[in-house]
Ligand binder design. Sequence first.
Ligand code: NAD
Length: 350
Amino acid sequence: MQFNYDGLSSRVIFGAGRRAEVGEELDRLGIKRALVLSTADQSETCATFAAMIGNRVGALYPGAVMHTPVQVTESAMHQMEQMNCDGILSVGGGSTIGLGKAIAYRTDLPQVVVPTTYAGSEMTPILGQTEGGVKTTLRSPMVLPETVIYDPELTLTLPDFISGPSGMNAIAHSVEALYAQDANPIISMMAEESIRALGAALPKVMEDGSNIDARAEALYGAWLAGACLGSVGMAIHHKICHTLGGSFDLPHADVHCLMIAYSAAYNREAAPDAMARIARALGIGDAPAGLYDLLQSVGRVKSLAELGMTEAGLDKAADLAVQNPYYNPRPVTRDGVREMLQAAFEGTRP
Ligand code: NAD
């Protein structure tokens, strides 16, 4: 047994109602004038948090948008500088957290993050930004939030068409962590537990979004999945999803949700230990079949055809996906990828 393990250090506070501790957490980091971030959709939540932290508010910026455009970061920083802010409080999903990370990258200010989706960005030292329509990704310890408060009550308002795909997107991080080139036993334990928790919780969340126990279990799984994404490299699934998302403008979480069963099937023979752990976590004999069953109950879209892809598009996607491939346990071939895309196009059980 040989492995490297780099522990990522952040403080995690988990539990229903624990957002009430946000003021104490700002104090712990010495933040006296926080820049409070959210999307425009969540501006009410932003205002509620501002009221909760009282005189520790420096400024509010409810202007986060998808893909962390650099001009939005600059506009938020202008607000931050005018009001002399000395720390960041991000409340929301990956878009809001991305804005907080972009500011931390430029200023090294401490961050308290309160996630409200299952995207997992709060646990990674990864920052994706866009400038002039081009997305670039970097890794830096400066962007990893110091403190994360997970309060499942904040996810009760997350609609099911976001909850299901966003939760499956988290599962996809954990699946790939199990067969990563730099996999290690700690992260693999977290990955398996994350698939178990999300696999059990997501169908219950879809049935009843107000089920706080299921919401808590899903958020717990999402936390672990974020830690997996932040710690080890991803493989063919992430490459194909970036290709489909980037070159065909398909919705990020829906694509992950659909493709993970097919990506797992691609690696079925090449990664038997990972498959056994995924299957055990889902309580089924075959990992790709278990992921496919989960897709049927939580997915919004069940085939690439439903997403509007064409056969010609599949050819182009296969060509693109084999360029600069990521590490993958089974060699990435154009024919293999094309076959995988065909199965996903038809939505057949892998
Ligand atoms: P998001 O942050 O864009 O949120 C989606 C929508 O849901 C927004 O309109 C938001 O206002 C709303 N919303 C969020 N929480 C809600 C709640 N509890 N109730 C009601 N509405 C709510 O989406 P996301 O999926 O969380 O994040 C996606 C982004 O995060 C992508 O840009 C992705 O690239 C990035 N991401 C980055 C990393 C990383 O490590 N850097 C990891 C995962 C995702």
